[in-house]
Design a protein. Structure first.
Length: 603
């Protein structure tokens, strides 16, 4: 009997399980296949992000039309095509108004869909395939005489092939986190909360009336804020004029002080999808491949940003131009010189969108908070116009397509190390803030909390955070605008970035200790960039060990590859699940045939 282990059965692992079953059903092996699936919770198919126990006000960040477990057909799905999320929801809940697909629903209900999808797969396994479900954490993987032994809850479970689909991980605390935790331990009224999920349990220590500082202003921050307000019995109501207002319960914190590098909240997604398909005109696979052929590793400033800016400018102009000028622009085709000439009367600067403050000097924390309040109002109005009505929304949304094209050239050292670092550390977070934001309703809620006096942005822009032993609280200070805030509770309201060398889980600590995995570094003659990702091969994503030897028995998908690959923070299926399943079946089929020993491949 052949055996395969999938370590982590969230959405990525679920897609791989489905493809493995489909491959076996289409081209069965002569021997049966047993699949071991491991998950930290009994909710197989989902992950902590989509935990069905999470409250209903924690929303997905994609419209529900984008969620479909069954959008693969080569080979056909072994259990038969199941319903898309929209169809499943309409069938399961029979809402008075059926979903259209444009909605943003609770992550908990998406979790239910994922779990039911897993059950559908295991209830209709192809003949010859069996599955064992293991709840808990794999802490080590050791080579054996044949295959590997997975150390799980005191057991040793053997597998011929292993897929690491472990999702978000924990990282070792740095010097600052250690300082904050030590300070909170010395002061009974103080607390440091390093991670917010699950929100109800993690934030239970926050007392009513406490002052709370939150590091991060992204999607995780929004979840935490809603837990401390709506989750504490507060209510959002809409006035006759359309504005949302907050009615406090009295169980909320006295004040919440968000802070991050930019000092700005995320902007809401446009209320509409693109008006039609939007193929890229300048930032194309062909153009980038030609640059790479001429120059070798691509340079962000020289090669990429000019084309990205041109592409965004084009989509901005398609919305704001007069009909006559738009016709002239379309006649330019992919002639960049001609297009720039036509677009000259319609200036667009994407850098000002990424940072609307720029070099502006704000005199006080109150002035900064007022700026943010006005900014939220503007962004809500812009999102309501949609991509069809706002040139800015149309322009920045093209980042979806740009990122997909860029994803073909970024991995495995396609960019210079410094360009790779600048893109991942600087531009990706800034584009994420303005492109991948929440639905409008969540930004309306933030604005209502600002107006209610609960959400205070006065020290939001990269303050210095210190500990005050005399007062027993954390202090946030922005010296450039003379703004100071104090809080008894400090919350790290971010999902930890992927960082293999700092990974705190026993599994990855042991795999690194054994030399089975190593971090990936983008190297060149003039330096390198440590991405935080696990090293692997292209295509099949086999892990690469300490000495550069490829291990063709262990592959990796999803979050552990983030930094080398990008865009893993999504529920969407990518092509790798099918590639991996086909390769596993090819290897297992070959095991029945004599084959010469091959020298280890070194990368």
């Amino acid at each position: 009997m052949h055996s395969v282990a999938i370590v982590g059965l969230g959405p990525k692992g679920l897609y791989c399980l489905e493809r493995l079953c489909a491959e076996y059903a289409a081209r069965p092996l002569r021997d049966p296949l047993h699949i071991h699936v491991f998950n930290r919770s009994a909710q197989f198919g989902t992950s902590p992000i989509y935990d069905p126990a999470e409250p209903d006000y924690i929303l997905v960040n994609v419209s529900v039309a984008e969620i479909d477990l069954w959008n693969a057909d080569d080979p056909p799905i072994a259990c038969g095509r199941g319903p898309s999320f929209v169809d499943w929801y309409n069938q399961t809940f029979a809402p008075a108004t059926p979903l259209t697909g444009d909605e943003y629903l609770a992550r908990a209900v998406v979790g239910r869909y994922l779990i039911e999808g897993f059950r559908r797969i295991v209830d209709h396994l192809p003949p010859g395939v069996t599955v064992s479900c293991h709840v808990g954490e794999v802490v080590d993987i050791r080579p054996a005489t044949r295959g590997y032994l997975l150390d799980f809850d005191g057991e040793e479970i053997r597998a011929d092939k292993v897929l690491l689909a472990t999702g978000h991980s924990r990282v070792l605390p740095g010097a600052r986190e250690t300082l904050y935790a030590s300070f909170a331990a010395r002061h009974p009224a103080a607390a440091f909360i390093p991670f917010v999920y699950p929100v109800a349990a993690s934030l239970a220590r926050v007392q009513a009336g406490a002052r709370v500082a939150m590091l991060g202003a992204g999607l995780t921050f929004i979840d935490a804020v809603l837990e401390l307000t709506e989750g504490r019995g507060g209510r959002f109501v809409r006035h006759d004029g359309g504005a949302l207002a907050y009615i406090a319960s009295g169980n909320e914190p006295r004040a919440i002080f968000p802070f991050c590098r930019s000092g700005l909240p995320m902007t809401p997604k446009a209320q509409d999808h693109p008006p039609d398909e939007r193929p890229l005109t300048f930032f194309t696979t062909t153009a980038l491949a030609e640059m790479q052929r001429r120059n070798g590793k691509l340079d962000l400033d020289r090669d990429l940003l000019p084309l990205i800016e041109l592409e965004m400018h084009l989509h901005y102009c398609r919305i704001v131009m007069t009909a006559e000028d738009r016709q002239r622009l379309e006649a330019c085709g992919n002639d960049a010189v001609a297009a720039r000439r036509v677009m000259a009367d319609y200036p667009f600067d994407f850098r000002q969108i990424l940072d609307p403050i720029g070099d502006r000097r704000l005199a006080s924390g109150g002035e900064f908070a007022s700026f943010v309040e006005h900014y939220l109002e503007e962004e809500i109005a812009r999102a309501r116009l949609g991509q069809a009505g706002s040139g800015i929304k149309s322009a920045i949304a093209i980042w979806y397509e740009v990122r997909c094209t860029l994803g073909q050239f970024l991995p495995f050292g396609g960019l210079t190390p410094e360009s790779h670092r600048k893109l991942v550390d600087h531009y990706y977070p800034r584009f994420k803030r303005v492109v991948f934001g929440p639905p409008i309703i969540n930004i309306e809620k933030l604005l209502a909390l600002v107006r209610a006096g609960l959400l205070d942005w006065s020290v939001a822009r990269s303050p210095q955070v210190t500990t005050d032993d005399d007062r027993g609280c954390f202090e946030l200070r922005c010296d450039d605008i003379a703004a100071v805030a104090r809080a008894e509770v400090l919350i790290d309201a971010r999902y930890p970035s992927n960082d293999l060398p700092r990974d705190a889980t026993p599994l990855y600590r042991n795999l690194q200790r054994r030399g089975i995995v190593r971090p990936y570094e983008n190297r060149s003659t003039d330096g390198g960039y440590n991405t935080g990702a696990i090293d692997m091969t292209e295509g099949s994503r086999f892990v690469v060990g300490r000495k550069g030897v490829v291990n063709r028995d262990i592959a990796v998908i999803g979050i552990p590859t983030e930094g080398n690959l990008v865009g893993n923070l999504t529920i969407a299926r990518d092509s790798f699940s099918g590639i991996w399943a086909a390769e596993v079946m090819r290897q297992l089929r070959a095991r029945r045939l004599p084959r010469p020993m091959q020298p280890a491949e070194v990368v």
